[in-house]
Design a protein around this ligand. Sequence first.
Ligand code: COA
Length: 330
Amino acid sequence: MRSSRIAGLGHFVPERIVTNDDLAELIDTSNEWIVQRTGIEQRRWVDGDVGPADLALQASKDALEEAGLSAKDLDMIIFATLSPDINFPGSSCLLQKSLGVPGVATLDIRNQCTGFVYALSVADQFIKTGMMNHILVVGGEVHSSGMDMTNRGRDVTVLFGDGAGAAVLTVADDESCILDSKLHADGSNYDVLMLELPASRLNPRLSPEMLDEGRHYPQMDGRKVFRNAVTELPKVVTEVLEANGYTTEDIDLLIPHQANLRINQMAARTLGLREDQVFNNIQKYGNTTAASIPIALHEAVEAGLIKKGDLVVLAAFGAGLTWGANLIRW
Ligand code: COA
């Protein structure tokens, strides 16, 4: 049976740093409130008309270079995002155009913060079956152009940042491979965290009245999301470990989705993990949703925190609700 491995990684964030104090000049918030509840100190925002596929281009080029491949070698581009450049076609098509490789298959994944975990699992299956050999998996987001910059949206606006991360998957040739993935969702809670408009279930999809109500901005029941995350994150990590005969002691590094430092600290405590077994960088970037795991994974590798043979777990939760984990022998 074939397996897939991550052969190259890349990430890219916009230059512009927006601190909590910068936000406090726009809305009624404070550095203390944000840091205490989320751990976030700053985030990156794009300047002007820049979409997630633009951010993903440099990340993808770097990941391809590290993998020793050219974009022409790709069989497919999978793009996980909740903030697509345009409504359709998907951001994977826009990225494919920028990479200059017409004919390569493209696929967008709309699983919000769990998008990269789902995307990695999908790519892994295509390689396992032998249908494909090289797949670019991207998580990219631009949130800053869609945030409510009034006090009405301050609970959400302070959380999110822009960025992109990319991984190139190829056929494994030794024990380094994606061992397994566990994926879950609960659509009965779809409205706990959502961006409703423009909505094709409404006619018209958008009206001045709807805009006045702010329904084109993300809506969130923060407490519900928090409760779900601290319950499901440890459960899915345990699930993927146990299914493969491992325990939490075997984890060399857990890379959790970067939504809230408190969530990750509580999940680590539930799992009985030491601090050095968990990687966090939310302090610098805020929540970059589908991009958070590939950015964190690349930074952890660059910092020398992951070496060949290590057991690495990626785990995420988010809107949908969705949650899942990948187990990787590095
Ligand atoms: N700055 C200052 N005050 C704010 C604020 C902000 N940015 N946003 C909300 N508040 C206020 C609220 O209006 C409310 O005021 P009130 O008590 O006068 O009504 C109060 O702060 C709520 O505070 P608290 O109950 O302590 O909030 P919380 O502990 O639930 O924290 C979140 C709020 C959003 C930080 C928290 O619920 C959370 O992180 N949830 C998970 C969100 C998440 O991870 N989403 C992405 C998932 S992928």
